[in-house]
Design a protein. Structure first.
Ligand code: FAD
Length: 646
């Protein structure tokens, strides 16, 4: 079949919801409608700039499909800043237009950390400080991104990034306290998350073996519902398209209890496993056939964004991968402290609901409602976010390019922040500034920072991810095949899952297979064999240079092949695609396989990098070296406290 015929069969030419109009035509129209001195703009308190797409009544980023996440229009200015090595003079940004605005606090970054910092600073200050939050995206929330879809009259909600409130029992007093202040009662998710739906329909997980990697396309079900640690029945193992001796090794790996390092003490074993990749553990200690490695290669993508060649065997043992039953390993402090909580604390749009509730509490009138239930279907009024009458203003589509003390950092009374919005450099002033953006951008924003601090901030490399939401007309193919999720070790997307079955407020999960539903597809682009940071860099490069069309073709091809036996037709059944591309995804977490082990916690680069610099403080999850919502909140709290302490 020719390439073109194959594309037609996949439905590449079909009309689906995938075009990102607001980034192109829509913004141009919106801007021209709101000419420079429109009285309407004055009424909203932004008389200076003719660029105000948020004021367009049609401005509603969550409903955009196509390329989202770090969408086009959000990253170009920051990359120009990087390419000029922080020299704003060469960019025509040296003479910014003065907004004549001054604030108690300016926050760069409207993700959960920045929003939480604003919330907590207001609380600590005990008054109504004036706060400005700048973000380069067209929506707030950072990684906590809401994707909306329309199936006829029905609203379908998906998460474009931050998925769930993971293990709230481990949240700090401040982080859980903030959720409570927002009226989020995590216990209610026990009622909202239908934990029995898929098992009552006898749906389990399956593994899709693709012909490019395994010689043939085959879908093999597993025993039940698993996260990690594949678990095949003997019968299912026989269906896996790998060498016969590899099948035997897989059974041995899963079902026997062997101590593969019998001569070492538990502590020595731990130390050895920390410096051994899981791939090497399988090959050198368990001595499995190389085909077994192929089966597991991408099973760590979901958590680490790299394969088992770049994740330590110790990390894999902690996550429940097979091979460690007989090893009698000592438990770490974290493992001892871990609570056994189900993975159910999920709003239908992920933690975007937390960001939306923060905005509701910060900007009066921007988000209707009062409860954790009504936030789910509340429609944000984006025109209210940057309202001069509000004590907190959120200015989207605005990239900070320079953050500088007005004078000597030790004694200055103000910080000047230059940002680019609609191609125009503008300047605002604040008594304090919190940088809740990515760590690695800070050295470019604040060239005046001490060298070692800049070096520490530039240390980590964020993990690249693609979270793709696909709206399908029904999920009968899943029911017919008896599956709710697919792990695909060799394919473009390593995980395909039916959306979480959560119903709350006026939002109802499409519980019948006849209904339109969302699928979630995960890709972690990387380059096996390199050290993890280089893999992340390679993945990031891949992401920014991949067109939507390539993602779409892979979505259609993979779903068509994996689900064909269930009657799925990609040309007929796919209704919309939203690709959330995150070249700068998870915060860099220290990878024990590649990091020095003897570094005291106080000397970790994230700790050295987050030190206050005059009136500039640093929040964001990078500052903790952990990619979680609670760490983003904790760091926002710390930065707010540092201002109070000063
Ligand atoms: C795909 C994905 C899934 C995740 N899933 C989970 C999960 O299930 N549970 C969980 O607890 N955590 C999860 N995380 C981690 C969690 O999302 C983050 O730890 C947290 O949301 C980070 O918040 P933040 O505010 O520190 O950073 P961000 O969300 O990245 O926000 C920072 C904001 O600053 C902006 N910015 C950067 N530079 C500038 C500039 N110069 N000017 C203006 N703005 C700028 C950024 O574009 C961004 O919008 C996930 C992360 C990703 C990427």
């Amino acid at each position: 079949m020719s390439y073109r015929d194959h594309d037609r069969e996949l439905g590449m030419g079909r009309e689906i919801s995938r075009r990102d109009f607001l980034n192109g035509v829509g913004i141009a129209v919106g801007t021209s409608l709101l000419a420079a001195n429109s009285p309407w703009l004055h009424a909203f308190g932004i008389p200076q700039s003719p660029f105000a797409p948020e004021q367009d009544p049609g401005y509603y980023p969550p409903s955009k499909t196509g390329m989202r996440g770090s969408h086009d229009g959000s990253w170009e200015v920051a990359h120009e800043l990087r390419d000029s090595r922080g020299n704003t003079n060469t960019k025509g940004w040296a003479e910014p237009v003065d907004d004549n605005e001054s604030y108690d606090l300016i926050i760069v970054g409207g993700g959960i950390s920045g929003l939480a910092a604003a919330h907590l600073y207001r609380k600590l200050a005990g008054r109504q400080p004036r706060i400005l939050i700048l973000d380069n995206h067209d929506d707030f929330g950072g990684h906590a991104k809401r994707n909306e879809f329309q199936a006829g009259k029905r609203l379908l909600l998906g998460y474009g990034g931050t998925q769930s409130i993971e293990a709230p029992g481990n949240y700090s007093k401040q982080a859980i306290g903030l959720l409570r202040e927002l009226e989020i009662d995590v216990q209610r998710f026990h009622k909202y998350y239908d934990q029995k739906l898929f098992s009552s329909m006898h749906l389990c997980e399956a593994v899709f073996f693709d012909k490019e990697t395994f010689g043939t396309d085959r879908l093999v079900p597993q025993k039940g519902l698993h996260y990690f640690g594949l678990d095949f029945t003997l019968d299912n193992v026989s269906q896996i398209p790998i060498a016969e001796s590899a099948r035997k090794d897989l059974i041995r790996l899963q079902h026997t209890s062997v101590d593969y390092m019998p001569d070492l003490t538990p502590e020595q074993k731990r130390a050895k496993l920390v410096k051994t990749s899981y791939k090497d553990f399988l090959l050198q200690y368990v001595k499995v056939h190389p085909d077994v490695v192929k089966v597991f290669q991408t099973s760590t993508h979901d958590l680490f964004a790299v394969g088992i060649d770049a994740v330590s065997a110790r990390d894999c043992s902690r996550e429940g991968f097979p091979g460690f039953k007989g090893m009698r390993l000592p438990k770490s402090h974290e493992e001892n402290a871990e609570l056994d909580e189900p993975y159910i604390f999920h709003f239908p749009d992920g933690n975007a609901s937390i960001a939306r509730m923060l905005v509701r509490s910060l900007v009066p009138g921007a988000v209707p409602g009062h409860t954790m239930e009504d936030i789910v279907t509340a429609r944000v009024n984006y025109a209210r976010l940057d309202d001069a009458s509000s004590p907190v203003r959120i200015r989207l589509n605005s990239t900070a390019v320079k953050v500088k003390h007005a004078g000597d950092p030790a004694s200055a009374k103000e910080v000047e922040v230059t940002y680019v919005r609609g191609g125009q450099a503008r300047r605002v002033r604040g008594a304090n500034c919190i940088l809740a953006c990515y760590n690695m951008v800070i050295p470019y924003l604040c060239p005046e920072m001490p060298g070692p601090q800049k070096e520490a901030l530039a240390y980590g490399v964020k993990l690249p991810y693609v979270y793709t939401n696909v709206q399908i007309s029904n999920w009968k193919a899943f029911q017919k095949l008896g599956i709710s999720a697919i792990y695909a070790p060799g394919a473009y997307f390593t995980n395909i899952t039916l959306d979480f079955p959560v119903s709350m407020g006026d939002y109802h999960f499409p519980g019948s297979p006849d209904e339109s539903c969302l699928l979630h597809l995960l890709r972690a682009p990387c380059e096996p064999g390199l050290d993890c940071k280089d893999q992340y860099r390679a993945g990031r490069y891949e992401l920014v240079s991949t067109k939507f069309e390539t993602f779409e073709r892979n979505v259609r091809d993979q779903l068509g092949r994996a689900l064909s036996a269930g009657g799925f037709d990609p040309a007929r059944d796919i209704q919309a695609i939203t690709v959330n591309r995150w070249p700068h995804g998870y915060a860099y977490e220290y990878n024990e396989l590649f990091e020095p082990l003897d570094r005291p916690a106080s000397e970790r680069p994230c700790v050295l990098g987050r030190q206050p610099f005059g009136r500039i403080k640093i929040a964001n999850s990078d500052a903790d070296g952990h990619a979680y919502t609670n760490t983003a909140i904790d760091q926002g709290y710390r930065a707010a406290r540092e201002i109070m302490a000063a």
